[in-house]
Design a binder for this molecule. Structure first.
Ligand SMILES: [Zn+2]
Length: 146
């Protein structure tokens, strides 16, 4: 047994986590009425605080905070749209230019390779679309949790 009483912090920790590792405290607590009362008072205090109803504000805090947040301007990604149009135009011109040759090349290849490429491209587009939708849903859920 130690002659030193528990500190306020030790008594709080013991009251909050009585099954924790307090070997040196256990010995003292078994014999010291002063520290037993201190732990019991903190235990009663923690139970009383836990029984309190959650605080209710008389005003809508989320509306006030949301009203002060800066609103991001809706921007149309013109540069990305222009780049996409340029790429599509390039692909269309290239297809038009090489169309007579593509027919002969693809006729010799069969349908397996073009079909595999088409399915692969479709899977990539589907994966990106699904990823975008999931990211959008996560953002909405994060915003809704405020
Ligand atoms: Zn004591």
């Amino acid at each position: 047994m130690t002659d030193i009483h528990l500190s306020e912090q030790q008594a709080q920790q013991y009251a909050e986590h009585p099954s924790g590792h307090h070997n040196s405290l256990d010995d003292h607590l078994q014999t010291c009425v002063h520290c037993q009362d201190l732990v019991a008072s903190y235990r009663a205090l923690f139970q009383a605080v836990a029984a309190l109803p959650p605080p209710a504000l008389s005003f809508d805090l989320s509306a006030q905070v949301a009203g002060q947040l800066p609103v991001a301007p809706r921007r149309i990604p013109w540069a990305a749209m222009l780049a996409g149009l340029l790429v599509l135009g390039f692909v269309a011109v290239a297809l038009g230019f090489f169309w007579p040759y593509l027919g002969r090349v693809l006729a010799g290849v069969g349908t397996t390779i073009p079909l595999t490429l088409l399915v692969g491209a479709a899977l990539v587009v589907f994966g990106h679309g699904l990823g975008s939708i999931m990211a959008h849903r996560r953002q909405l859920l994060a915003l809704a949790s405020f």
